[in-house]
Design a protein. Structure first.
Length: 496
């Protein structure tokens, strides 16, 4: 009898022991791997966004920044993490507003706004910000999330459009005033603008010669082309020819590449030669040639080029006197002054001071982020009683300085400090009446007035060829001693 052995019984599969260390380790590693994968997924999503993502804590310290934020700000991630966001990335005048926004965010408010960021290199960059509360898993607000989009190009277009709208308005919004002297200038602009005639704008510094040049160009047949400006007073003597006509590579030491001159840039448009009286006598013949024939050669090049340019020149010098002194060519003077326009000084258009000051007040408040302010009648009278040796430019500076110094909505113009009635430069009629001193005291007072006038004209500068000492014909050390002895130190500028 044969017997067959039964197949061996299979051992039951081992059941998983939840307390087994190996199992726990495997589960922990799997969970860690899945969490890591999920973290990598979300990180890759954040890094691939076209927007900058900035996450901060309740004190506005940066916890996370994606690569787009690095690109927008110029800071590396290591420099961003831990820094207070608004202190690192916004101008100091914006900090109070940013602190207010943070408080609102921590109460659950969402917001969208535009902001000019300060980059690491000091440059400014406009961004659009969408700010959201940052909540933890329990729903508690533990910080903020900022989504940043670059709007630099859009803002540039907005500013350019605003500038063009301001400059191209037919009612001369950039030239403010209703005085008879100014209306005469506007009538001359309307008369000469449609022609191609050369224009010579005459007037003291700060009277708005460039604004008049712009108005003429914008009302001319050349308005679609460029208005190119050259400040002849700022061009080094040895570089005038290159500035006007350009040069080719190797024409002189330092000419490492070709350069296009201002005449070529202005082809088909208008060339505004500011401070024309500063052009060296030896270059005036070449300037005359291009005005007469429309031809010139670049420095270092034999080829003759032809241009079609309208010339508008400006100066605060007496060019007729310069011609008589042999410092300015007579033929060039006649060529430039086909249609002269003489701009009135601000003291000759007192009735325009109020409108000008209000306009500058609005512009300065907007630029400096200050609240809207208005001039009182007493302040307007104070401005109108001043002589304005620096003309409209000086008025603009005085108003901007007043806005900076304003406190609690009070505007301090600062032309007539209490107890210092002699602080202002007197009007010409006042000066004429007091010119002949009748006593030693009068003589000292007249000296004080002369010094104040010189300091006002030079912005409080004593030293240098454009300083008050040179204007008065005194040694700078002598004038400095007089200023300190007379208690006039407060009228000195930042650079003596």
């Amino acid at each position: 009898m044969s017997t067959t052995s039964a197949p061996p019984k299979e051992k039951p599969a081992a059941t998983t022991d939840a307390g087994d260390p190996a199992s726990l380790l495997a589960r922990t590693q799997d969970l860690s791997r899945r969490l890591h994968e999920r973290e990598e997924f979300y990180r890759s999503v954040l890094e691939s966004l076209g927007e900058g993502v900035l996450i901060t804590d309740r004190e506005n310290r940066i916890l996370y920044a994606n690569s787009r934020v690095e690109c927008l700000t110029g800071y590396s991630r290591a420099e961003l993490i831990g820094a207070v966001s608004y202190e690192l990335l916004t101008p100091k005048e914006e900090w109070p507003a940013m602190r207010r926004r943070l408080k609102e965010r921590l109460t659950g408010k969402e917001e969208e706004y535009e902001l000019e960021h300060v980059r690491k290199d000091g440059g400014r960059h406009w961004v659009s910000v969408r700010a959201l509360p940052y909540r933890n898993g329990r729903g508690d607000i533990v910080g903020t999330i900022g989504l940043l989009s670059c709007i630099k190009e859009r803002k540039n277009l907005e500013f350019e459009n605003e500038y063009l709208q301001e400059e191209l308005r037919g009612n001369y919004r950039a030239i403010i005033g209703e005085s008879p002297a100014l209306k005469k200038v506007l009538a001359q602009i309307e008369m000469v603008a449609p022609t191609n005639a050369s224009v010579l704008i005459l007037g003291e510094s700060g009277t708005g010669k460039e604004l008049v040049a712009r108005a003429i160009h914008d009302r001319s047949p050349r308005q679609a082309a460029a208005l190119v400006r050259v400040n002849c007073a700022s061009v080094p003597r040895e570089l005038f020819e290159s500035e006007f006509f350009g040069h080719v590579r190797g024409a002189f030491t330092g000419a490492v590449k070709d350069r296009v001159g201002r005449f070529e840039l202005a082809h088909g448009g208008t060339l505004f030669l500011d401070e024309i009286g500063e052009v060296p006598l030896e270059l005036q013949s070449k300037l005359l040639r291009v005005l007469q024939e429309g031809q010139f050669e670049k420095v270092g090049e034999d080829r003759t080029r032809t241009v079609d340019v309208r010339i508008i020149a400006a100066t605060n010098r007496d060019l007729e006197a310069e011609v008589k002194a042999g410092r300015f060519r007579q033929d060039l003077y006649y060529r430039l002054s086909v249609f002269p326009i003489e701009l009135p000084s601000l003291r000759d258009r007192v009735e325009d001071i109020s409108a000008l000051a209000q306009r500058f007040l609005q512009e300065s408040a907007r630029k400096l982020g200050a609240p809207a302010l208005r001039l009182t009648p007493a302040q307007v009278k104070e401005l109108q009683s001043y002589d304005w040796p620096g003309n409209v430019r000086e008025l603009q500076n005085v108003i901007e300085r007043a806005v900076i110094r304003s406190r609690n909505g009070h505007l301090d113009v600062g032309l007539l400090p209490a107890g210092h009635t002699a602080a202002r430069a007197p009007r010409k009629s006042d000066s004429a009446a007091k010119f002949a001193p009748t006593s030693l005291h009068d003589l000292k007072q007249r000296e004080r007035v002369f010094i104040l006038e010189a300091l006002a004209k030079t912005g409080g500068k004593i030293y240098g060829p454009d300083g008050a000492a040179a204007l008065l014909g005194l040694k700078p050390t002598t004038l400095s001693s007089k200023v300190h002895r007379m208690g006039l130190k407060k009228f000195l500028g930042g650079s003596r």
